[in-house]
Write a protein that binds this ligand. Structure first.
Ligand SMILES: *Cc1c(COP(=O)(O)O)cnc(C)c1O
Length: 444
């Protein structure tokens, strides 16, 4: 191809702007990659410079249709963490990290020395940096795996298989999975103490025995007990366990394990009831476990934070290999921890005036009404916390057609209306949302 022809290939930033509609669903890295591929084709003379944008666009469309049967969706439900549609959406930085790690990468290799290195060391360092009160950190497949590994390594493998849990914390986490059954599957014996609504320090004290391997506190993240209730705080439990050890009522220290569920690393003023790793460890928990794809806003993972000696025992247990995370998760988790605020954080803390302005503009473009509504955190987190929100109200009949459009739009059907809450939709996708509604209307 003549030099002149080659100079006619539009600049990448111009092409990126032209294809920006693909960014919310495909991510900037994938759009950039498609542009680079098409530009390369133009440089080789396979296509004309004028065709670069069209070819890149076609590639992106084909990618969405062919590479995976999973459909990218716009979440207009107002439920920030929606388990059925993939819980936390990854940040742009985390998506970039996934692509970087997809090929060969130094996940377990020291480039200076040319030798094997600790797997995921940068991710674990980022976790410890985010929670300085933890001297040890580990990432496993998910929150459930973290709990199974903790009970196997810290209780069952050390010949002290009894795990004490309050009856008020016997949680079913969804799809029929019950934490006490999960723990029981490791060979541990769950010792239930207290009642559904009230558990006292003496309940724990009376249950302690030479067989006690762990005391477990589970955050009841998807329900609330109100009224005549009592529980034992982490700090009181930690003090109680120290006393039992000093008085020789247990032969060895009993670790206190807190399953906080949602993965907040520090306190969030918006969610005062939600426990966080830093506060829980400072209050005296020895180990904290949590999910990576709830309020932390990262990839599916189980986060383990706490005393380095105990984390080490967990990391060396044979099961650790079975529940370890892959390089993609390590990359996305590191980017989530180091990166800018996550989409989950931004959706939760969305400025209401700004949301109103966006919603009003979309409602006007669609000749529809804007109505006040309530968003929710979801994903089994922070029940009882309602986020004041707004939505575009459409006829309920549009909901199924929106779901099966491209991109699919998941709305909330309430009071005979189809509500579109823009809170969990990036502002850059508002035009896509409008187009999707228009397409669904013409289908009618
Ligand atoms: C969500 C949750 C779990 C399970 O975590 P996954 O990452 O979904 O396996 C366990 N415990 C609590 C308290 C939870 O909220």
């Amino acid at each position: 191809m003549a030099h002149d022809q080659r100079r006619r290939i539009p600049r990448t930033d111009v092409l990126l702007a032209e294809l920006s509609a693909f960014v919310p669903t495909h991510g900037a890295p994938a759009v950039k990659y498609a542009i680079q591929q098409a530009a390369e084709q133009a440089r080789c003379g396979e296509i004309s410079p004028d065709e670069v944008a069209a070819v890149a666009g076609a590639q992106l469309r084909a990618r969405a249709e062919d590479a995976t049967s999973l459909q990218p969706l716009l979440n207009a439900t107002g439920v920030v963490l929606h388990t059925n549609i993939g819980r936390a959406p990854l940040s742009a930085a985390a998506k970039e990290a996934l692509l970087s790690a997809a090929g060969y990468c130094d996940v377990e290799y020291d480039l200076e020395q040319g030798t094997r290195a600790r797997r995921g060391r940068a991710t674990l360092a980022a976790l410890r940096a985010a929670v300085p009160s933890a001297s040890g950190a580990l990432a496993v497949n998910n929150g459930a795996a973290a709990l199974v590994l903790a009970t196997s390594a810290l209780a069952v493998a050390r010949q002290r298989p009894e795990i004490i849990v309050s009856r008020g914390e016997m949680v079913e986490i969804g799809d029929g999975f019950r934490l006490h059954e999960l723990i029981g599957s490791t060979g541990a014996r769950v010792i239930e103490v207290g009642t559904t609504n009230r558990t006292h320090p003496r309940d724990y004290e009376e249950a302690l025995s030479p067989q006690t391997g762990l005391v477990l506190k589970v955050h009841p993240s998807n329900f609330r007990v109100e009224g005549f209730t009592a529980g034992v705080e982490i700090a009181d439990l930690a003090a109680l366990l120290r006393r039992a050890e000093q008085e020789g009522r247990v032969p060895a220290p009993v670790p206190l394990l807190a399953d906080i569920g949602s993965g907040l690393l520090g306190p969030d003023a918006l969610l005062p009831q939600e426990p966080d790793a830093t506060t829980t460890l400072e209050a005296g928990a020895d180990i904290v476990t949590a999910s990576g794809d709830k309020l932390l806003g990262g990839p599916q993972a189980g986060i383990v934070l706490g005393r380095a000696d105990l984390v080490d025992v967990m990391a060396r247990h044979p099961l650790a290999r079975a529940v370890r995370v892959d390089k993609l998760t390590l990359a996305a988790l590191e980017a989530t921890l180091r990166g800018p605020l996550t989409p989950t954080h931004r959706a939760l803390h969305h400025d209401l005036d700004e949301l109103r302005a966006r919603t009003a503009a979309v409602a006007e473009a669609l000749d529809a009404q804007m109505v006040p509504t309530c968003a929710a955190i979801g994903g089994g987190g922070a029940p009882g916390v309602d986020l004041p929100s707004v939505a575009v109200a459409l006829p309920a009949a549009l909901a199924p057609r929106l779901r099966t459009g491209t991109p699919g739009v998941i709305s909330r059907v309430e009071g005979g209306r189809c509500l579109l809450d823009l809170r969990c939709i990036p502002a850059s996708a508002d035009a896509q949302l409008i187009a999707a509604v228009q397409a669904a209307r013409t289908e009618a």
